[in-house]
Ligand binder design. Structure first.
Ligand code: FES
Length: 100
C-alpha cells in the first residue's frame, strides 16, 4: 500500500509550542534520509502546517491509515518508515486523532 506521512513543521502557533520549533524539520529530514537509503519509491513524506494537537508535537499523521503520532523525534525516523513500508504502527508514539 502506498502511504503518505505528513509531518507538522509549523513554526507559529499562538501561545503553543509549535512542532517546527520542536524538531519537526529535523524529523522530515531524517525520514527522507531513511527513505533514500532504503529506496522506497511508493511512500512519501511531506512537511505540513499545523495539524491541531500542538502541545504533543512534533506531530504527524500517516494516510490512508489515519494513524496519528505525537512527541516524535528524529530518532523515530526508521520506525516511521517501517510504518510507511510495512504498516507497522509505532504504538508508543501513537496519539488519538484530534476531535475523536
Ligand atoms: S504546531 Fe504542530 S500540530 Fe500545531
Amino acid at each position: 500500500m502506498a502511504r503518505h506521512l505528513f509531518v507538522c513543521t509549523n513554526t507559529r502557533a499562538s501561545g503553543k509550542p509549535a512542532c517546527g520549533l520542536r524538531g519537526g524539520e529535523l524529523l522530515v529530514a531524517a525520514v527522507q534520509r531513511v527513505l533514500l537509503e532504503r529506496g522506497t519509491p511508493d511512500v512519501l513524506v511531506t512537511p505540513c502546517a499545523c495539524l491541531g494537537p500542538c502541545f504533543d508535537g512534533p506531530n504527524a499523521v500517516v494516510y490512508p491509515d489515519a494513524v496519528w503520532y505525537g512527541g516524535l523525534t528524529a530518532t523515530d525516523a526508521e520506525r516511521l518508515v517501517d510504518h510507511l513500508v510495512d504498516g507497522v504502527v509505532l504504538a508508543e508514539r501513537q496519539i488519538d486523532r484530534p476531535g475523536s
